[in-house]
Design a protein around this ligand. Structure first.
Ligand code: GLC
Length: 539
């Protein structure tokens, strides 16, 4: 496949599927998903028509932040299996033509990582400045006013050496000093370890935080603070978006580029758009795919989403691929945000926009936020900030994937207590049921991913908004060569009669979200049903 400028890489045309490994499939009866469990479900993954799996962290970890606190970057946590299990999974995925992307967490380690144990042992330990240590403020207390995302100050005092260390998440996640050449080199070495083993790339955690102000200056108050999210009280001008971080990303990219095959570097760039585009790199030498999180925060409003897509298309560097996401392990489920009907339309949107979509496990079933009783909350962000957990805690988006109607939904053996409770609707919403229903969300997801594979206009065609003049409708054209597709989506929950006669007289329905309509339609009198999305082939 080519875009006229050379061959397109798999990550420009394919779909990425995020697995939260603790919740995918338990194979050893401990109530937690693991690598052999994923291997056991290869058929399912292959049937999703995805190009790659991105695995949230599976490395050795005390699990204070469920793997985002790494104690050894090159070994597998026993909950998930062994390095041999990992190799088997990698070979199994590759055997099905599916790539594997790992999560790289370079900003912080676990406080149990040997590097940190050494660093905290004495002020003159050779690894002391691998982390960010500061003296107390002159009058005592933390060195500055920086805040943790998970509540409280970003500093913890360490008795042994009488200094504070920086952590913007839990106190058990001390932040590395990536300005130190040896630290950066150690992280690049971690990447080489996995690339040598054959992995196809990395999703890099919190890249916008990698470098902090060298002077450790206080951050100013945020005049627009909503009064709810404690971390939002300050403007993060000294902890986020420091220009120097791009040098770190370029070094990571150079490592990835040094390997044969098409390896990919993806960024968790949960940042404003004007920052986001910088992560492609001035010489296109940073992330191949910096995630765009705007769809996650956008209201379900046709006009606003159209505007957002157009703005992003306009500011993207030339020939850059957008990388849209609708959900992930930190965010409420799409089906809970927009409702089950709109979730079908949202999935059509995600899978028909230009660029590389990343889908979160379970969204293909329309999974909703789980109900987590207070005493079962595991998410450290929620536990540390009860005010926020009343609104959403991340466990709600991390419940086990329901496979069938057997005990524990086929996720774990009978009698085992899954690490998080199954969503309450699992007897009705599970893979087996949906696989047997030709109009289920799963059937829609598979039809959409198949269409993307078969239609160049969808996988890599150009994008152009179409004005339907109807409130609550978002429409756009995707074009590649002679193929012209029209996507029409209702956001308003109402029926419309549209006139798109200026495009052509008629078109053929390739797919409707309701999966009932097929055949030809008159574009001068196109009926769009409530909560419906259509993919039309203009002819
Ligand atoms: C990222 C991860 C999140 C984690 C945090 C700290 O945002 O997605 O789950 O808690 O980084 O590593």
């Amino acid at each position: 496949m080519t875009d006229g400028n050379g061959t397109l890489a798999w990550w420009q045309t394919g779909i990425i599927y995020q697995i939260y490994p603790l919740s995918f499939q338990d194979s050893d009866g401990d109530g937690r998903g693991d690598l052999p469990g994923i291997l056991h479900r290869l058929d399912y993954l292959a049937d999703l028509n995805i190009a790659a799996v991105w695995l949230s962290p599976v490395f050795a970890s005390p699990m204070r932040d469920f793997g985002y606190d790494v104690a050894d970057y090159t070994s597998i946590h026993p909950w998930f299996g062994t390095l041999s299990d990992f190799d088997r999974l990698l070979a199994g995925l590759h055997g099905r033509g599916i790539k594997l992307i790992l999560d790289l967490v370079p900003n912080h380690t676990s406080d149990q990582h040997p590097w940190f144990l050494e660093s905290r042992s004495s002020r003159d330990n050779p690894r002391r400045d691998w982390y960010l240590w500061r003296d107390p403020a002159p009058g005592g207390g933390p060195p500055n006013n920086w805040l943790s995302f998970f509540g409280g100050p970003a500093w913890t005092y360490d008795e042994t050496t009488g200094q504070y260390y920086l952590h913007q998440f839990t106190p058990e996640q001390p932040e590395l000093n990536l300005r130190h050449p040896a630290v950066l080199e150690a992280m690049l070495e971690v990447m080489r370890f996995w690339l040598d083993r054959g992995v196809d790339g990395f999703r890099v955690d919190v890249p916008w935080l990698l470098i902090k102000d060298a002077g450790f200056r206080d951050e100013p108050e945020n005049p627009a603070w909503d009064g709810i999210d404690p971390h939002g009280r300050l403007l993060h001008i000294h902890t986020a978006h420091q220009p120097e971080l791009h040098r770190i990303i370029r070094a990571m990219r150079a490592v990835v580029d040094g390997y044969p095959g098409e390896r990919v570097l993806i960024g968790e760039t949960n940042v404003p758009e004007e920052e986001l585009v910088k992560y492609y790199g001035a010489a296109r030498d940073e992330f191949h795919l910096p995630f765009n999180f705007r769809l996650i925060y956008a209201p379900w409003d046709a006009r606003k989403i159209r505007q957002m897509v157009e703005t992003y298309e306009a500011i993207l560097p030339q020939r850059a691929s957008p990388a849209w996401v609708l959900g992930n392990h930190d965010q409420p489920r799409i089906a809970s945000r927009f409702g089950p009907d709109a979730a079908r339309v949202a999935t059509m949107l995600l899978l028909t926009l230009r660029g590389t979509p990343t889908c979160y496990y379970g969204d293909e079933l329309g999974m909703e936020n789980g109900v987590i009783q207070r005493d079962r909350i595991r998410d450290p962000q929620a536990l540390n900030q009860p005010g926020i957990s009343g609104v959403f805690n991340r466990d709600e988006a991390r419940t086990p994937l329901p496979w069938d109607t057997s005990p524990n939904a086929g996720f774990a053996p009978e009698g085992v207590d899954p690490w998080l409770p199954l969503g309450e609707d699992w007897p009705m919403r599970n893979v087996a049921r949906q696989a047997a229903d030709p109009r289920s969300m799963l059937a829609l997801f598979r039809a959409l991913t198949r269409l993307r594979q078969c239609h160049p206009a969808l996988s890599h065609g150009s994008y152009e908004s179409v004005d339907t003049k109807a409130d609550g409708v978002f429409a756009y054209k995707r074009t590649a060569g002679a193929e012209r597709l029209l996507i029409v989506l209702d956001f308003a929950g109402s029926e419309h009669l549209l006139d798109s006669g200026e495009l052509a007289d008629g078109a053929e329905i390739l797919l409707s979200t309701g999966m009932r309509r097929t055949g030809r339609v008159d574009l001068r009198r196109l009926r769009l049903l409530s909560n419906e999305g259509l993919i039309l082939k203009i002819s």
